[in-house]
Design a binder for this molecule. Structure first.
Ligand code: NAD
Ligand code: UDP
Length: 320
């Protein structure tokens, strides 16, 4: 019989790609989302699939699913700094109360649960690259604290359910991931630069652009999450691409990729913006036999071509 999986945050960027993958693997998928940052267009192609059902629901309210469940992927949460600064309390609630509901449901159904954690648990890291042993450097009361601490609480309560109730849990520490279906105006650097390129606007580099990030293409991320869910490993695992680049160099790459001649303009660096970020993926390599396969050049070309192929009307709808 087909395995049944609940995916929260299903209408979002990562959630929708995960729905596609699990449908492809023959699972019955229940997607749940309250559409606060997501978009039904991301999953409209699945709506008529007999193995997919969508529940419009806010998981900070009690979560109920009829029938058996084998797995839960808990991906609901605002994920971009602009989003979680706009809805800070919902961000804290979905990471805390929402996670408790998902864990409770997993316990009731005896299902294995994987939670989407983040490289933000390392804050502005003093260890570089970041490995899973590092405890992090987070400003709990700064503006980003609402996201970082919600995710740290999420990890903590997940481990408590694992230790106290023997629940089968998995923790993916996801590093910056990009690809088709991101919201062009979600403020993250890749959709921001692509949107600016398409509109012929200047590229906005925050600070002097010397801060670094390491960008992972979505198909690689989905593969890592898939393997982690099916593994027997309950400690956190970094999933990301270790190829690090400064934001200024990345802006130059965008100008070359898009063949446009935009200028770079400098804006103020947001408070607590991490200065460096690069995953140490030794654990993922050893335990999951996983490493990213898609280079930044390939992944960015696919992503840019995707946005370029959308009609003007479609682009505007995706800037809701
Ligand atoms: P996204 O905003 O595209 O998707 C999040 C989805 O969760 C949206 O569809 C939103 O409507 C839904 N949601 C939010 N609050 C909800 C609630 N209370 N009830 C039901 N649904 C709710 O973001 P994303 O990039 O796809 O991120 C997905 C997950 O992965 C998040 O948990 C995020 O923290 C994590 N993550 C993403 C990245 C990345 O680079 N994309 C990096 C680290 C961690
Ligand atoms: N950034 C930028 N210009 C933008 C948007 C973001 O220079 O228009 C910078 C941002 O300050 C950060 C990096 O790009 O240093 C990555 O930002 P993003 O919001 O994508 O992810 P996060 O900070 O959560 O890693």
């Amino acid at each position: 019989m087909a395995k049944r999986i609940l995916i929260t945050g299903a209408a979002g960027f990562l959630g929708s790609h995960l729905c596609d993958r699990f449908i492809k693997e023959g699972f019955e998928v229940i997607g749940m989302d309250n559409l606060i940052t997501g978009d039904l267009r991301n999953i409209e192609h699945l709506m008529k699939n007999k193995n997919f059902e969508f529940h419009h629901h806010d998981i900070t309210k009690f979560v109920h699913v009829a029938g058996d469940l084998d797995y839960i992927l808990h991906f609901a949460s605002p994920a971009s700094p602009i989003d979680y600064l706009k809805i800070p309390i919902q961000t804290l609630k979905v990471g805390s109360v929402g996670t408790m509901h998902c864990l409770g449901l997993a316990k009731e159904k005896n299902a294995r649960i994987l939670i989407a954690s983040t490289s933000e648990v390392y804050g502005d890291p003093l260890v570089h690259p970041q490995n899973e042993e590092y405890y992090g450097n987070v400003n709990a009361i700064g503006p980003r604290g609402v996201y970082d601490e919600a995710k740290r609480f999420q990890e903590s309560i997940t481990m408590a359910y694992h230790r106290f109730h023997g629940l089968e849990t998995r923790i993916a520490r996801i590093f910056n991931t990009y690809g088709p279906r991101m919201r062009l105006n979600d403020g993250r650097v890749i959709p921001a630069f692509i949107g600016q390129a398409l509109r012929g606007e200047d590229l906005t580099v925050f600070g002097d652009g010397s801060q670094t990030r390491s960008f992972c293409y979505v198909d690689d991320q989905v593969e890592g999450i898939y393997r982690l869910l099916l593994s027997d490993y309950s400690e956190p695992v970094n999933i990301g691409n270790p190829n690090e680049i400064s934001i200024l160099d990345f802006a130059d790459e965008i100008i070359k990729l898009t063949g446009t001649d935009q200028r770079i303009v400098y804006k103020e660096l947001p408070q607590d913006d991490p200065l460096q970020r690069k995953p140490d993926i030794t654990r993922a390599r050893e335990i999951l036999g996983w490493e990213p396969k898609v280079s930044r050049a390939e992944g960015m070309k696919i992503t840019y071509d995707y946005f370029k192929s959308l009609s003007q009307e479609e682009l505007q709808k995706r800037e809701h």
